[in-house]
Design a protein around this ligand. Structure first.
Ligand SMILES: Cc1cc2nc3c(=O)[nH]c(=O)nc-3n(C[C@H](O)[C@H](O)[C@H](O)COP(=O)(O)OP(=O)(O)OC[C@H]3O[C@@H](n4cnc5c(N)ncnc54)[C@H](O)[C@@H]3O)c2cc1C
Length: 192
């Protein structure tokens, strides 16, 4: 999976394209912003998700059976999923060069409902493991009863293509490496 079409060609700062990091970013991320169009109105809904780099052609979303996002995805409507990792706040001596260090992925795909109860059980367990490594079903929490699996929809998004983009490093203002110049410049490490 990598950049494939004009849709996923990074036009602004193409040198920041990191298609080979896309799977790693999806594996590390916690919140997916899920974009779709319903009745002509664009929606972007924050959601949890599951992604396994060993199966990089799909990701999983879940929610109440009647939620708008799930309804759209279950119909196979096109979906755009964005995941962002914020790494640093970049401050510059020049207003325009304030920025952020980030890694992000934009995924384009189509959803389909997973209705098989055993498959749902398996993916939900893997999803819990992704967010809470080492958390064991049957030991740390109870297996979900069939009625809970029934009211919670699971959607598999087949990934048609993706793009990855990252900004790294210091500010790039013209005076940012001049220690005697007015102001200050640097990077605040968000995860530090
Ligand atoms: C970090 C995070 C993780 C989440 N994970 C999941 C998940 O895995 N599955 C899931 O189904 N839901 C998740 N949610 C909730 C999700 O964002 C929606 O609120 C939910 O799907 C609403 O569904 P709905 O069909 O009832 O609302 P909709 O009919 O989609 O929304 C109706 C209106 O409510 C408002 N609205 C809905 N959601 C939000 C919101 N999050 N913030 C502000 N306004 C909102 C909007 O104005 C929207 O037009 C998560 C939210 C957050 C912040």
């Amino acid at each position: 999976m990598s950049q494939r079409s004009e849709r996923t060609r990074i036009r602004n700062h193409p040198e920041r394209a990191v298609p080979d990091e896309s799977a790693e970013i999806l594996a590390q991320g916690q919140v997916a912003h899920v974009g779709f169009i319903s009745g002509g109105q664009p929606f972007v809904v924050p959601m949890a998700y599951h992604f396994d780099p060993l199966s990089p052609d799909v990701l999983y979303l879940h929610g109440a059976v009647r939620s708008r996002a799930i309804e759209q995805l279950a119909e196979g409507q096109p979906v755009c999923v964005t995941v962002t990792l914020t790494d640093g706040l970049v401050y510059s001596r020049k207003a325009m060069n304030h920025s952020m260090n980030y890694r992000s992925v934009m995924v384009f795909g189509h959803g389909k409902l997973i209705e098989d109860a055993d498959r749902k059980f398996e993916i939900f367990d893997q999803m819990v493991q992704r967010y809470f490594p080492g958390r064991e079903i049957g030991q740390d929490y109870n297996p979900p009863p069939p009625e809970d699996l029934g009211i919670t929809a699971l959607v598999e998004v087949a990934i048609d293509e993706w793009s990855g983009k990252a900004r790294r490093g210091p500010p790039t203002g013209p005076d940012d490496d001049k220690s005697g110049a007015l102001g200050s410049a640097g990077v605040i490490d968000i995860n530090g």
